[in-house]
Design a protein around this ligand. Sequence first.
Ligand code: CA
Ligand code: CA
Ligand code: CA
Length: 350
Amino acid sequence: MPNEQENVQDQIDNQKMSNEINTIVNQEIGKEKETVINQDAIHVMPQKFLPSSPKKQLSNKQKIILGSIAFVVFLLIVVGSMLLFANLSVSNNQAKTDQNNVNNQVNNQAPGEQQLIDNSQNNSDSNQLATSTATSTEPIDNTNNQNNNGPITPPPPPPPPTSNNFDQDRDDLSIEEELIFGTNNNDEDTDNDGYKDGVEVVNLYNPLLSNQALIHSSLISQFSNQTVKYVLLKPKNWLGQAIEGNDLEIMFTPDSGTGDFMSISAEQATANQTLQAWAQSKASGASLSALTLGKEAKITALQSKTADTHTVFAKVNNYFIKFTYYIETDGNAYFASTYLMMLNSFSLLK
Ligand SMILES: [Ca+2]
Ligand SMILES: [Ca+2]
Ligand SMILES: [Ca+2]
């Protein structure tokens, strides 16, 4: 019996051992199979078919913080925009105020003051007119230059000549005029009598000879109109002719090529129209002020001129006349002193 039991026990042990061995062998075989299968089953799915990785979900705390930051940034943008807009509005208002102030200053400027400035900007006429009257016993009527609103600001000094060649010796005669009167372009007082060349010409004195009237100069001639009955001096080489045979329209043409010219047009005066009304109708809206025409003739009727003195109105016998200096488009009054000389020499024929 004991032998039988030992045999049974041996069989059992052998069976266990056999099972364990089988188990171990099977495990090893399985590993090998698994390894072989895994090597054969290598398969890479294209990335586009793979499910995307889930996004991180924000926590509620993070959401609150991000929302607060966005709100603060939005507030800053709004406040900044409002400040910028307000600043621009203030700047615009300030600019408008400044412009209004400038306009008010201009509008408040007295007409007489504006005229003084305009005259000073004119290259030489007003200065020459002032110079001519300085040596004359006949004062110019300056009543229109008076300012009732306060003191008049003195006009600025006259601007320099537009070019060095225009009037380089500053005697109020341009180069063209120095040629007309035979004076020295580099000497303000050619005959050394103490009076500038231009001053002598405007006041009807010969700038080449001391104390001689201009009418005796060989460079000057008289022009007379027998219809309207006036006479005046003109440069000898200038053409003075009736336009289309009509003695009422006279044109004076310089012999130089500057394009400047002068004209005297006359119109029969009517009993029911004053010179001032007629002149205003011809002045194209320009303001008129008083002027003494023809110092030699002592014309007593009211005469007037435009602000630049380049148009003068007068009543001569039974005619209204308009005496105009037309300046070529370059703006230089080449014959300003000659024009004043002609105005001052204007007189009535007996
Ligand atoms: Ca000169
Ligand atoms: Ca000179
Ligand atoms: Ca002189």
